[in-house]
Design a protein around this ligand. Structure first.
Ligand code: PLP
Length: 347
């Protein structure tokens, strides 16, 4: 699959849009407490953030029931995806992913020595775990699981994924990207964190960019075995890349239940509205477990995104299964209404 639109042009245009529904951001964040922490942090921002990074690690480790040595922080999860891409593709190894799925890690791997093995989704647009497992061989460097999956917003059965991690991690590294896990009703119950705690060869990636609303602030982390963390920390240094203000905001906002619940509630209200608009206009969609929705288009994908863009509405298009699709991120209600008005005009 490939997004057909000119990504750079779209991203550059994005700040002036009426409705910015193209990067799976959360316009309801960051929380007031996180914003206040940024302002309060400024007086001491001449200092490196060594000790506050350690405080944030401690908070995350305590919540997840892991040790600090299981944890590696970075300015977003992207630098950690890159580290894994470089490391696990060394020597021309295969990176197995679903197709379509979030393509950053495998794309980066192919810029180094890696080869990308793509496994189509099931008929109901979920990761085909059996087919992915069947591709694992002695030349596999890593299997990338995105759950919930971007761009389809589908999830796999938790017990099935746990069993997959247990079996497959004996043969190769399993990387589970849980960027959107906070959008699930019970993130802890759906996470593969227990696999790491059980000592398996599994890496979990998390980010503050989504439900926490920190995409521009940049904070993410991976959890893995201490040896894995030591290996990947050679590629990126938390202390020299995270800003003190971001770390202060992350400490203030971490597991801030009321704020997260409220952001989720607003997201779900906007999503329900979007579903009703699509139904009214005679469109189907893939039911979403995240803050974006994929639906099949009735016109060429780039024409659709171009026409919406002319009306100040930014969305993305994909092509797979011989079909053009739109991926629309969930925004504020006024943004969804702007989409609805533009959509009605062109469909
Ligand atoms: N993983 C997934 C599945 C994503 O969709 C994204 C961004 O959209 C990222 C990772 C990267 O996020 P960040 O670098 O902001 O943590």
């Amino acid at each position: 699959f490939s997004p057909i639109t000119d990504e750079t042009a779209i991203m550059n245009a994005a700040p002036v849009m009426k409705a910015r529904l193209l990067a799976n951001e959360n316009p309801f964040g960051p929380s007031p407490a996180a914003k206040k922490a940024i302002v309060d942090s400024l007086d001491t921002s001449y200092q490196y953030a060594f000790s506050s990074i350690s405080d944030l690690s401690g908070k995350i480790a305590a919540y997840e029931g892991i040790k600090k040595s299981n944890l590696l922080l970075a300015s977003g999860s992207s630098p950690l995806l890159l580290a894994a891409a470089i490391h696990y593709s060394k020597g021309g190894k295969n990176i197995i992913t679903a197709d379509p799925s979030y393509d950053d890690l495998p794309t980066q791997a192919t810029r180094f020595e890696g080869k990308w093995v793509k496994v189509p989704l099931t008929a109901d647009f979920k990761l085909d775990l059996d087919a992915m497992e069947a591709k694992v061989d002695e030349n596999t460097g890593l299997v990338y699981i995105c759950n919930p999956n971007n761009p389809t917003a589908t999830i796999v059965d938790t017990e099935k994924l746990k069993a997959f991690c247990e079996r497959v991690s004996k043969k190769t590294m399993v990387f589970v990207d849980e960027a959107y896990i906070d959008y699930l009703p019970d993130p802890k119950a759906s996470s593969m964190m227990g696999c790491v705690i059980a000592g398996q060869n599994v890496i979990i990636a998390r980010t503050f960019s989504k439900l926490y609303g920190f995409a521009g602030l940049r904070c993410g982390y991976i959890v893995g075995q201490p040896e894995t963390v030591r290996t990947l920390s050679k590629y990126t240094s938390a202390a020299m890349s995270l800003s003190a203000s971001t770390v202060a905001a992350a400490i203030a906002g971490y597991q801030e239940t009321e704020f997260l619940k409220d952001a989720l509630k607003k997201t779900n209200a906007s999503k329900d509205y979007l579903y009703s608009v699509l139904k009214k206009e005679g469109y189907t969609y893939i039911p979403s477990s995240a803050n974006f929705v994929m639906f099949p288009l009735k016109m060429e994908g780039s024409k659709f995104t171009g026409e919406l863009m002319k009306r100040g509405v930014g969305v993305r298009n994909w092509r797979f299964n011989n079909q053009d699709w739109c991926r629309i991120s969930i925004g504020r209600m006024d943004e969804m209404e702007a989409f609805a008005a533009a959509f009605k005009e062109i469909s």
